[in-house]
Design a protein around this ligand. Structure first.
Ligand SMILES: C[S@@+](CC[C@H](N)C(=O)[O-])C[C@H]1O[C@@H](n2cnc3c(N)ncnc32)[C@H](O)[C@@H]1O
Length: 230
């Protein structure tokens, strides 16, 4: 898989996953593809940043992390880490990374629980397309429902990640988050901004009844942050 003349990276191959897999693993959908498009539009920024450690929370099929790795394939060194609470999703991610010749570690865990301390201030790119759908109940299972059901305001899972982002990001690190309008992107942005991050909506698009938004939260390098705040 190589980029075309405009620097466009093709969608990674996930033809090894079939309808039986997608009974247990989140099938790439509009929310997945908006994140790929957002990353594609960020390629110059990402190339300049030269990230070393890239982490995706809730990797599902593995398509997004495989795409990011291909986008950064000119770099000599890249560490890709994926987590998912669903064992079948972790297996699917492993297969997708392998199929697209991406080396990465895939860990079955709740968010970043088993890694969080070790990754403090080290994550250059953090990705999360969370379960964002507004639902009455929050699923207790690790099955397919937990891929999309987000409880009240669709925020049940993502709200556990937001307070951790500034601690996880390296200086200059970036966090890309997929949300819908019902999740209240402005409030999410404020929450991240109160923790010293700079937040922008970098892409938004209607998909059926949903208005999808990709937020980008950046951690300024300390000297730049001090310059702006003093
Ligand atoms: C909307 S799907 C996105 C999947 C994939 N990243 C994509 O964009 O197609 C959300 C993913 O998050 C995972 N997930 C849900 N709750 C999680 C948690 N507490 N910890 C880790 N992963 C979780 C689900 O299993 C699912 O794979």
């Amino acid at each position: 898989m190589s980029e075309d003349h405009d620097g466009h990276i093709p969608t990674p191959d996930y033809s090894h996953l079939d309808s039986t897999d997608f009974e247990r693993v989140y099938e790439p959908s509009e929310d997945t593809f908006i994140l790929l498009d957002a990353l594609q539009s960020e390629r110059h920024h990402l190339a300049t940043q030269r990230p070393l450690i890239c982490v995706e929370i809730g990797s599902g099929s593995g398509l997004v992390l495989a795409f990011l790795a291909r986008l950064l394939s000119k770099q000599e060194q890249l560490v890709c880490i994926a987590t998912d609470i669903n064992e079948c999703a972790a297996q699917a991610t492993r297969k997708t990374l392998e199929r697209n010749r991406v080396v990465g570690d895939v860990i079955v865990t709740d968010l970043l629980t088993s890694l969080s301390t070790r990754l403090s201030a080290l994550v250059d790119v953090l990705l999360f397309n969370p379960p964002y759908v507004v639902t009455e109940c929050v699923p207790g299972s690790r099955g397919l429902e937990s891929a999309w059901a987000g409880g009240e305001r669709g925020r049940h899972v993502m709200d556990r990640v937001l307070p951790e982002v500034d601690r996880l990001l390296s200086p200059g690190g970036v966090f890309y988050l997929v949300v819908i309008e019902e999740n209240d992107p402005d409030e999410i942005s404020s929450l991240l901004e109160t923790r010293g991050l700079t937040v922008k909506r970098i892409l938004s698009r209607r998909a059926g009844r949903e208005r999808l938004v990709v937020l980008k939260a950046s951690k300024l390098r300390d000297f730049y942050h001090n310059y702006l705040t003093n």
